[in-house]
Structure formats: structure tokens, C-alpha cells
Design a protein around this ligand. Structure first.
Ligand code: SF4
Ligand code: F3S
Ligand code: ZN
Length: 106
């Protein structure tokens, strides 16, 4: 599951569109190690298996597919492109079968 303390245990490395990317030990993201995308709505790309329930169920369409060719778990990921629009309903957290998503309402 995604580490809910990632803001402490991971390091912000770069940005993807308008959101942050966090990686363990401040490593650079790579094909095999994508890291966590987003902050308010955070998706651990290294856990996401492209189930798609988050995209289908989010009432305000926070997520968009992005291509991650070569990643061992899946070659597309749910990117929290519109995390600013999140209404903290927690549906995505509940439906993700691999617990790849953390939403922090604070
Ligand atoms: Fe969408 Fe609700 Fe998840 Fe926020 S908590 S990203 S509104 S499903
Ligand atoms: Fe990925 Fe979980 Fe969504 S596996 S596509 S973050 S439901
Ligand atoms: Zn991203």
C-alpha cells in the first residue's frame, strides 16, 4: 500500500504537469521506478495496476491516464492531474484494489 507518511519518508524530486513527484531516497524517477504523483491526492505509480476504478468512480474527474511504458506493474497509470478539484469523498481510496491512493483532506 502507499505510505501515508510519504511527505516525510519520500523526497520531492520533480514536477509532472502541475503536481509533484515524490521518490524514496530522492532518487530520480525512471521507467521501473515512477514514484508517487500528487500530494493532496497521491497515487503510488509503483503500486498502481491500472485497475481504473478510481477514474470511473471519482465524481469530479481528478484522474487521467498517463503512459508509463516499461513499468512492471502496468503501462498506464491514474494520474491525479486535477487534484485541486478533489472534494475528499474518499471513494478512490476505498475502491482501489491495491491501495495505491492516499487522500489527505487537511
Ligand atoms: Fe475524487 Fe473523491 Fe478521490 Fe478526491 S477523494 S480524488 S473527489 S474520488
Ligand atoms: Fe491504479 Fe488503483 Fe486507480 S490500481 S488505476 S490507482 S483504482
Ligand atoms: Zn503525474
Amino acid at each position: 500500500a502507499i505510505d501515508p507518511e510519504f511527505e516525510e519518508t519520500y523526497t520531492e524530486t520533480e514536477r509532472h504537469e502541475e503536481h509533484r513527484i515524490w521518490t524514496p531516497d530522492g532518487e530520480e524517477p525512471s521507467e521501473e521506478m515512477q514514484g508517487i504523483h500528487g500530494t493532496h491526492v497521491a497515487v503510488d505509480f509503483d503500486i498502481c495496476i491500472a485497475d481504473g476504478a478510481c477514474l470511473e468512480d471519482c465524481p469530479v474527474d481528478v484522474f487521467e491516464w498517463v503512459d508509463t511504458p516499461g513499468h512492471p506493474e502496468s503501462e498506464i497509470k491514474a494520474d491525479p492531474t486535477y487534484e485541486d478539484q478533489c472534494i475528499d469523498c474518499m471513494l478512490c481510496v476505498d475502491v482501489c484494489p491495491v491501495d495505491a491512493i492516499d487522500v489527505d483532506p487537511s
